[in-house]
Design a binder for this molecule. Structure first.
Ligand SMILES: O=C(CO)COP(=O)(O)O
Length: 122
């Protein structure tokens, strides 16, 4: 089954929720995982079932990266905040890197997320 991770930094969470709501019917067909706070908001604001990992700053990005390393993920939508430094920047870099190592589709902004979701549907 297609397995997809959804992640957003705080400033981008409203954007991710809107994205998930727009594509809710399609996303319902997939196994979804998310970092802690993103997952909580998805559970509260959509009808999607989401497996929650730790919050990003507490290791959630690394937990999702571990799934990438084990080839368990088909795609990641990670709406990053490009305007604010994050305390766990090394973890974020590790996640981006391991996606490139394993050639896993990764969208880090809304426009590319639209392409990714369309690609997953094919
Ligand atoms: O910090 C994050 C990704 O780097 C997201 O974590 P939360 O979903 O727990 O806010």
């Amino acid at each position: 089954m297609t397995r997809v991770a959804l992640i957003a930094h705080d400033e981008k969470k409203p954007d991710l929720i809107e994205f998930a709501q727009t594509h809710e019917a399609q996303l319902r067909e997939y196994e979804l995982i998310a970092t802690g706070t993103t997952g909580k908001r998805l559970q509260e604001e959509t009808d999607l079932e989401v497996e929650r990992k730790e919050s990003g700053p507490l290791g959630g990005d690394l937990m999702i990266g571990a799934e990438v390393a084990e080839d368990e993920l088909d795609g990641i939508v990670f709406l990053r905040d490009p305007l604010r430094a994050q305390p766990h920047e090394p973890d974020i870099s590790a996640l981006l890197r391991i996606c490139d190592v394993h050639d896993v589709a990764l969208a880090t902004n809304h426009s590319s997320a639209e392409f990714l979701i369309e690609g997953l549907a094919d």
